[in-house]
Design a protein around this ligand. Structure first.
Ligand code: UDP
Length: 325
């Protein structure tokens, strides 16, 4: 099989590339390295075709779709605060980029497209575990742009027959989770704090829970989706569980400092994954205990990550409180 991964130098993409190579695929990666890092693929150098390009611009990157069997579209800007500050660049990357990718998939008659959408589309849900049919309530520009990307993908599946599946990913964590300058996903924040012997900045009282899903389970779900005969379907991908932040810091071990709860944050994220389990014959396998042990074994990856404290977090999230409060 010839597989193309957009955003393959990113956190999730690089784990997906690993699985595809293990399966014996020929792998092409398109990435603009805004948040993806070439280092995430240094262990497979020479084994993949890595191309630096920007999918939001109509450049000559389309030619790489020729003779490709399956496309995994992961390239996107993530994180909440910068999406509030720069809605324009999020629209360009996540909406226009997705539109351009679908045009290329149609032109080159790609047999299967897998899109990675976000559980943030559910906002603060009413139903737990949350099924795919729950009401859509994007709270901030990142959530909106990932949702618009999903709608484009599924619309092109219906109208133009570009066979596609959208996966809604819940709180993905694991080795190589991004360490950019932005205040972002919790594990990057906590692991950098642990390395510098600083207290973990726990939001609220830490009883809120998240469906932390290991990146390797996510990557295997994406591959299963690409190998299924599903078309135009949406599938939640989660761990089949939900864990409190207090549980997480208990496993990481160390001091804690409490910071204010952020507006628009759900108290619980928890995916109903019965559809993915049934339709993909896929099951998440990695428990939070194993996942955190694995992270601690690879903690040096975060040695250059910014170390956040209550004061710097308060400054970095100013716009969050201003616009969502
Ligand atoms: N969180 C925390 N301290 C931090 C950052 C996040 O306790 O410094 C908590 C946050 O309240 C949430 C969970 O960790 O319950 C996951 O946060 P993240 O921003 O990674 O994902 P999201 O809130 O978008 O699910």
């Amino acid at each position: 099989m010839k597989s193309l991964v957009t955003g393959g130098a990113g956190f999730i993409g690089s784990h997906l590339v690993d699985i595809l190579l293990e399966k014996g695929d020929e792998v092409i990666v398109l990435d603009n390295f805004t948040t993806g890092r070439p280092e995430n693929l240094s262990h497979v150098e020479g084994k993949i075709n890595l191309i630096e390009t920007d999918l939001s611009l109509e450049k000559d990157w389309k030619k790489h779709f020729k003779n490709v069997d399956r496309v995994f579209h992961l390239a996107a800007l993530a994180d909440i605060v910068p999406s509030i500050e720069n809605p324009d660049s999020y629209f360009q990357s996540n909406v226009t980029g997705t539109f351009n990718v679908m045009k290329a998939c149609k032109e080159f008659d790609i047999a299967k497209v897998v899109y990675t959408a976000s559980s943030s589309c559910y906002g603060i849900p009413d139903i737990f575990p949350t099924p795919e049919t729950a009401e859509i309530r994007p709270q901030y520009p990142y959530a909106l742009t990932k949702l618009l990307g999903e709608q484009i993908v599924l619309h092109w599946s219906n109208v133009y027959g570009v066979s596609s599946v959208s996966t809604r990913l819940f709180n993905v964590y694991g080795p190589r989770s991004r360490t950019s300058g932005t205040y972002g996903a919790v594990f990057g924040v906590f692991l950098a704090q642990k390395l510098s012997n600083k207290p973990y900045t726990v939001v609220g009282d830490g009883t809120q829970t998240r469906d932390f899903t290991h990146v390797k389970d996510v990557a295997s779900a994406l591959v299963a989706a690409s190998e299924s005969s599903l078309e135009g379907e949406i599938l939640n991908i989660g761990s089949d569980n939900t864990y409190s932040i207090n549980q997480v810091v208990g496993l990481l071990e160390g001091e804690v400092v409490y910071i204010p709860k952020r507006p628009g944050e759900p108290d619980v994220t928890w995916a109903d994954i019965s559809k993915a389990k049934e339709m993909l014959e896929w099951n998440p396998k990695i428990s939070i205990e194993e996942g955190i042990e694995d992270l601690l074994d690879n903690i040096d990856y975060w040695s250059e990550a910014p170390v956040w404290d209550p004061d710097s977090i308060s400054k970095a999230t100013k716009k969050w409180f201003e616009y969502l409060g």
